[in-house]
Design a protein. Structure first.
Ligand SMILES: NC(=O)c1ccc[n+]([C@@H]2O[C@H](COP(=O)([O-])OP(=O)(O)OC[C@H]3O[C@@H](n4cnc5c(N)ncnc54)[C@H](O)[C@@H]3O)[C@@H](O)[C@H]2O)c1
Length: 349
């Protein structure tokens, strides 16, 4: 793969693809968007008209194009393994939307193959680039709250329309559906990044809305880390308040509250009389997650930018794909716990 200017193809042109395409547009001096691909022909043609690139309807055609050196896979989860392997076997660089894949075995296989292929590979886990979490990681590293002893995350969205659509991939486990898989990929990556590995967990899930599908719409996963801290992660896909995320960290000398719907987004509290807390500067308030300026949108732009600039500069991106694979290991344990009703040990497995 010669040339210094990467040629990108986006494969899978759903909602999040627009954010990726916007990032490539902003990086127009550095990369070319060569192809945009979707099995939905009308969608590919419309996307190409808006963002450029040749409208393509088949991944094989994308891979065969020598001008395409980077492939950005944004496909339903059950297609991640086969598509990733095809890209890696062709020696193309790969950016793959989270979750790595639907199972830990598949995730491991992708990470291994990427190492063998020696290409530039990143799992697009936007959590690593959300301004609030970047700030929290710095605060924790600087000792702002001492050692973390308890963490709580909450992720909420409203997927009722999707989840009521017969045949849509998110409504079936066999196609990669599942709230814990879809959203747990973010939270368990975050816990791994901030707190290390998990010792054991117990998970609960339910279907509050009885929509016509087999997927849980509400879940809670809790347990302990190998360092001895407690964690609890809540998830819902049927929220009647906006898509957003919260994080609470309790440490031995203080605590941090993050709420993407609050201004300021990040506050540090030191002691039980610290009613005001310290508002942490530098984290923009962007509650409209899916539009420019929104916390989620901007994290995806930063993620794609890191992938491209790390490729061009010859350095590793900030994300270690094995940490994203680890999140899938935790997710599998959570589903095993839901099925058995028992706690599942992860550490030492
Ligand atoms: N980082 C995030 O917060 C975030 C947000 C949304 C989606 N995602 C991830 O992006 C991926 C896609 O999710 P989505 O919400 O965009 O799904 P989507 O259903 O909106 O879009 C998927 C697109 O892929 C196309 N497609 C299906 N099979 C194809 C194939 N064989 N070749 C080419 N195109 C094909 C579909 O026609 C559709 O346009 C998932 O892995 C999801 O987890 C991540």
């Amino acid at each position: 793969m010669g040339g210094t200017r990467p040629g990108v193809a986006i494969v899978g042109l759903g909602l999040i693809a627009r954010t990726h395409a916007t990032a490539y547009r902003q990086l127009a001096g550095v990369v070319d968007l060569v192809r945009v691909c979707d099995v939905d022909r009308a969608r590919a043609i419309e996307f190409a008209a808006e963002f450029g690139g040749i409208a393509t309807f088949d991944l094989a055609e994308v891979i065969a194009d020598p001008d395409v050196t980077v492939i950005d896979l944004i496909l339903p989860h059950h297609l991640h393994l086969e598509a990733s392997m095809a890209v890696l076997d062709a020696g193309k660089h790969l950016i793959l939307e989270k979750p790595v894949a639907g199972t830990y075995a598949e995730s491991e296989a992708i990470c291994r193959r990427a190492e063998e292929a020696g290409v530039h590979f990143m799992v697009a886990e936007n959590t690593r680039y959300a301004a609030a979490y970047v700030t929290v990681e710095r605060l924790v590293r600087e000792g702002a709250i001492g050692d973390i002893v308890h963490a709580r995350t909450f992720l909420r969205s409203n997927e009722k329309a999707h989840l009521s659509q017969p045949g849509y991939w998110r409504t079936q486990y066999a196609m990669g559906g599942g709230l814990i898989l879809d959203t747990g990929a973010h939270s368990f990556y975050l816990l791994k990044w901030l707190m290390g590995e998990i010792r054991e967990l117990t998970a609960y899930s339910t279907k509050v809305f009885g929509l016509p599908n087999e997927i849980e719409d509400t879940a809670e996963v809790r347990g302990t880390t190998t360092a001895g801290a407690l964690f609890s992660c809540g998830f819902t896909s049927v929220s009647e308040i906006p898509h957003s995320e919260r994080l609470e960290l309790y440490g031995t000398s203080g605590g941090i509250l993050v709420d993407q719907m609050a201004d300021p987004v990040v506050k540090v509290f030191r002691g039980d009389h610290d009613f005001a807390g310290e508002a942490i500067a530098g984290v923009p308030f962007g509650p409209d997650a899916w539009h420019p300026g929104g916390w989620h949108w901007e994290s995806v732009i930063a993620e794609v930018t890191d992938f491209v600039t790390s490729l061009v500069d010859g350095r590793k991106p900030l994300i270690d794909p094995w940490d994203c694979a680890y999140a899938i290991k935790v997710i599998e344990a959570a589903y095993r716990s839901v099925a058995s009703g028992a706690s599942v040990r992860i550490a030492g497995e």
